[in-house]
Each structure stands twice: as C-alpha cells, then as structure tokens.
Write a protein that binds this ligand. Structure first.
Ligand SMILES: [Zn+2]
Length: 271
C-alpha cells in the first residue's frame, strides 16, 4: 500500500532544487540548516496508533487537568453535539514546536508538512528505566541501536521507549511526584541530544514520558538545546512496544494553529 499522495509529494520536493529556499520552509531552514526531508517507507501493512486518549484525567507535567470540555450544544436539545475545549498545548500526546523554548523559533503551523512524515527509530531502554525511574537515554544507548540497525537514518525521529506508557493510568507513577514535589520519570540526556544534532541528522525527538528532559530536571537542557535548533519534540507517546526499532514511518498529525507553541498530535506509525 502506498502512503496516499506521500510518494508524489516527496518526489516533487526532492527533485526540486533548493527546496528549502521555498517560502513555506524558510523559517524552518533558517533555524535547522542542513536538514532536508526524508523519503518515507513507500509500503506498509499496518498502522499503529502512537497516541494516548486525551481526557481531563490524563497525567500532566503541571499536575492540573490538560483539557476542559464544555458542551455548547446537545443533540437532544439542539439537534447536534458540540464542545468547547480549553486545552493546554503541552498536555496529552503532543508536539513541542521550536518556539516552545526559543524567542523567534518556528511555530506549529509553519513546520513544513514534508518534515512531519519521517523514519522512526525506537531506542528501547525499558530495562534500565525499570531499575532507575530518572533514567537518561545515553549516547551509548544510541551506539547500541546503531550496532544492530546501522546508522540512524537522516531526518528521522528518535523515540525513547522507556516503558512508561504502561503507567499512564496512574498519575502517581507516571509523573512520579515524591514527597518533596520532585517528579520522577525517564528522559533524554543532554549529551545524547547534542550528539544527535551534531553527528547525525535527527529532526525529531520523541519520549513516552511527560518531558524530553527527565523528571528531576530543573534546567531543561534538552528542551533548551533541541528546540531552538529548529527541531521538534513529541511527548507522552503511546504504544512504542508495538513498532519495530527500525523501519517504520512516523506521521505526525499536528493541529495547525497559528502561533501555537506545539499542540495535540495524532501520531501514526506506518509499519
Ligand atoms: Zn511539551
């Protein structure tokens, strides 16, 4: 099965010289030099939903409900159903756009669609995270992945699979807040993030926890380096245990809202 329209779009973009001088991509290219779009897998046999269901009960970084829904129209009374949502951009399965941690970074609606369909590389650190809830994915974990699956593909999204998604039903475990108010969940080490930016062409970083930086982080070093470079992040990713470590294509269905610093995303893996 071919990704509808995808091959053609990718082919057109790749065959057009100086793609990143195009108006749509100017902002992105300005902050992420050298990044180009990747040709995604052209064939797949299944679609894996990497998205958690959002609700007011979903655990959040701030500890307050990430969404409030108010029914404006009701089918029985009005003939149709409609809710207003009051939504935190950074709750549930969502994207961190470059602007989230930078002054003039790219906003959600300006991220080129072609860069939202990318190879997905899943790094499994479940055993280490089970032993240490503050585990930080390391440069060595990436080296181990490359030993098994070859070099990280250009323009891919690297996803940390810590196993944390299984705890999503318990805010106590998922956020791991201790008596002193400190959160505990795994994240990515600044060294690994730095290496992915400098030595590989990774465009996206995904985690199955509340934040790219681990729970106890106070300085958000990964957010502060990764996002201002023009790259994006994904948090609270689901079902990473159902996709292969290499070979899947990630489709990031990001809500397109003007000036948004990120937002809810339907993440689909084509396997
Ligand atoms: Zn976020």
């Amino acid at each position: 099965m071919c990704v509808p329209g995808c091959q053609q779009v990718v082919h057109r973009a790749l065959s057009r010289r100086g793609f990143f001088s195009g108006a749509a991509a100017t902002g992105f290219a300005a902050t992420a030099p050298g990044l180009a779009i990747a040709a995604p897998a052209s064939r797949f046999t299944s679609v894996v939903d990497l998205t958690h269901t959002m609700s007011p009960d979903f655990p959040t970084f701030l500890g307050t409900p990430g969404i409030r829904m108010e029914k404006e129209f009701d089918f029985k009374k009005d003939g149709f159903n409609l809710y207003w949502w009051r939504l935190n951009e950074h709750a549930g399965t969502h994207m961190d756009a470059p602007i989230h941690f930078s002054e003039g970074g790219v906003t959600a609606e300006r991220i080129p669609a072609q860069t939202l369909v990318v190879p997905l590389s899943v790094v499994n650190v479940t055993a280490k995270a089970a032993r240490d809830s503050d585990y930080l994915l390391t440069r060595e974990d990436l080296a181990e992945w490359e030993k098994r699956h070859r070099r990280l593909p250009d323009n891919c999204c690297v996803a940390m699979h810590s196993g944390w998604a299984q705890h999503v039903g318990s805010a106590t475990k998922y956020a791991g807040k201790d008596a002193a108010g400190v959160l505990h969940f795994p994240g990515v080490s600044p060294g690994a993030a730095d290496w992915m930016m400098k030595e590989r062409k990774v465009v996206g970083l995904a985690v199955d926890t509340l934040s790219l930086d681990n729970g106890p982080s106070k300085d958000f070093k990964v957010h502060s380096a990764w996002l201002p470079s023009g790259r994006w992040g994904l948090e609270n990713v689901a079902n990473l245990d159902r996709v292969p470590a290499a070979g899947a294509t990630l489709v990031v269905g990001l809500a397109k809202v003007k000036d948004a610093t990120g937002g809810p995303a339907r993440l689909l893996a084509l396997v």
